[in-house]
Design a protein around this ligand. Sequence first.
Ligand code: HEC
Length: 115
Amino acid sequence: MAEGDQQAKAAMRKHEWAVLMLWDGVTGPSDYAWGRGSDALAETRIFGDAESRGQTNDVLLASEAELRRLGSAAKTLASLPERANLYGLMLATCGDCHQALDVELPVQGMSPPGP
Ligand code: HEC
């Protein structure tokens, strides 16, 4: 696998973590989790190096920048409805980029946990 791919994977794990923290922030509810998640999202870098930036385009860079913008905005929100709303906007941004890049999440054949 190319190094750029590895970087994309690592970056994706980092924002998967951010998304998990934001989820806990809303459902906890937890100010601590919301804060950690917002900080991580505000630092989103998916196309890290010059090479992978070269393979991308303005639409994808804009969607990456949108995640950072949402992360910064998240830090300023204190109420649960506002936080839940931002969470939804964020998820729509994930889908936009994955659809544009034909990313397939490894969900096929996954079963719910047993009893
Ligand atoms: C700007 C583009 C872009 C955005 C925005 C984006 N992703 Fe991704 N995502 C990718 C790319 C590219 C891959 C494929 C990387 C790879 O090779 O695993 C990917 C893969 C993934 C994977 C699969 C990783 C794996 O181990 O196979 C997950 C999970 C994921 N993204 C979650 C998210 C979530 C959650 C968000 C929103 C917070 C998000 N992504 C937003 C580009 C994006």
